[in-house]
Design a binder for this molecule. Structure first.
Ligand code: AMP
Ligand code: MG
Length: 272
């Protein structure tokens, strides 16, 4: 499969941008034909499976994939689909909700540091420490100065992870407000999906422009060389999955990991 150039969706550090200028529909370079799309996703899934097995066996590096996005943007679905072929050994998904009383009496990174990947692990964050500069900022729980301070703390924290051998990838699942309406309506209509709904889904939707602005600022401030942000066009679920699978495969391939050699001489073994 040819290499997909995802760099146009990478956020530039400290450069103002508008999410309104980025299309949430699938990019033209991805296939539109359903069979071709399914074929590419299958190929990438197989590759991801092999690469993750090597990551796990070599225990030298780790990967942290951070997923952020508005409600219904597809964070759960991405985890379900992109990682459906990898072994649960060495892969973990962690969801971050509103902090508990115990978490609130610590600094905002305390609960997060505990969950980062060990060497050999691939961990997916469904929401993350970014909520502490997004929802908290939009709801006025922190002021601008604290928010700017937190961008700096996040940059240092992710730099610490990077220096320890963790690859940090961050994806903002970009859906349009119109697409969210369709997905919320689908949840309202389907008894199997209603459990996912929360009152905040509807109050946060009313604050859509404020959330977009908070995302624009947070992404630009924290998209660094060692922990880049990607704005993933996410109105189409299979294209979103293809984008993220390609990003992971390219990142893992670049690590050039090798299966470790056995720790003893195989010629000494006698099988009876
Ligand atoms: P969900 O992921 O949609 O099931 O819901 C999780 C909820 O927890 C969302 O409304 C988030 O905005 C909220 N949440 C997650 N982290 C934080 C945080 N650090 N501070 C406040 N709210 C948070
Ligand atoms: Mg939700």
């Amino acid at each position: 499969m040819e290499h997909i150039d995802l760099s146009p969706w990478r956020v530039a550090h400290n450069t103002r941008f508008s999410l309104g200028d980025i299309d949430s529909h699938p990019p033209k370079l991805l296939p539109t034909d359903e069979d071709a799309l399914a074929h590419q996703i299958k190929k990438l899934s197989d590759k991801l499976n092999k690469l993750q097995a090597t990551l796990h066996a070599s225990r030298s590096r780790s990967v942290l994939l951070i997923l952020q996005g508005m409600d219904t943007s597809g964070k759960d679905g991405t985890i379900r689909h992109v990682f459906s072929h990898v072994s649960p050994l060495g892969v973990r998904a962690v969801a971050f909700g509103a902090p508990t009383d115990k978490e609130l009496v610590h600094d905002f990174l305390w609960r997060v540091h505990d969950k980062v990947p060990a060497r050999g692990e691939l961990v997916i964050f469904n929401r993350s420490h970014y909520e502490d500069v997004l929802v908290t900022r939009v709801r006025g729980l922190i002021d601008k100065e604290t928010c700017t301070q937190r961008y700096r703390h996040i940059e240092h924290f992710e730099s610490l992870l990077h220096d320890g051998g963790t690859v940090v990838l961050k994806c903002f699942l970009h859906i349009s407000k119109h697409e969210q309406k369709k997905r919320l309506q689908a949840r309202l209509d389907d008894p199997h999906k209603q459990w996912k709904l929360q009152p905040s889904d509807f109050t946060d939707r009313k604050l859509w422009p404020q959330f977009m602005e908070a995302y624009e600022q947070a992404l630009a401030a924290t998209s660094t060389a060692h922990a880049p942000w990607y704005v993933v066009p996410a109105d189409s679920k299979p294209h979103r999955d293809l984008f993220i699978a390609a990003l992971l495969v390219q990142t893992l391939e670049n690590l050039d990991l090798k299966m470790p050699k056995p720790s003893f001489s195989l010629s000494d073994v006698r099988l009876d």
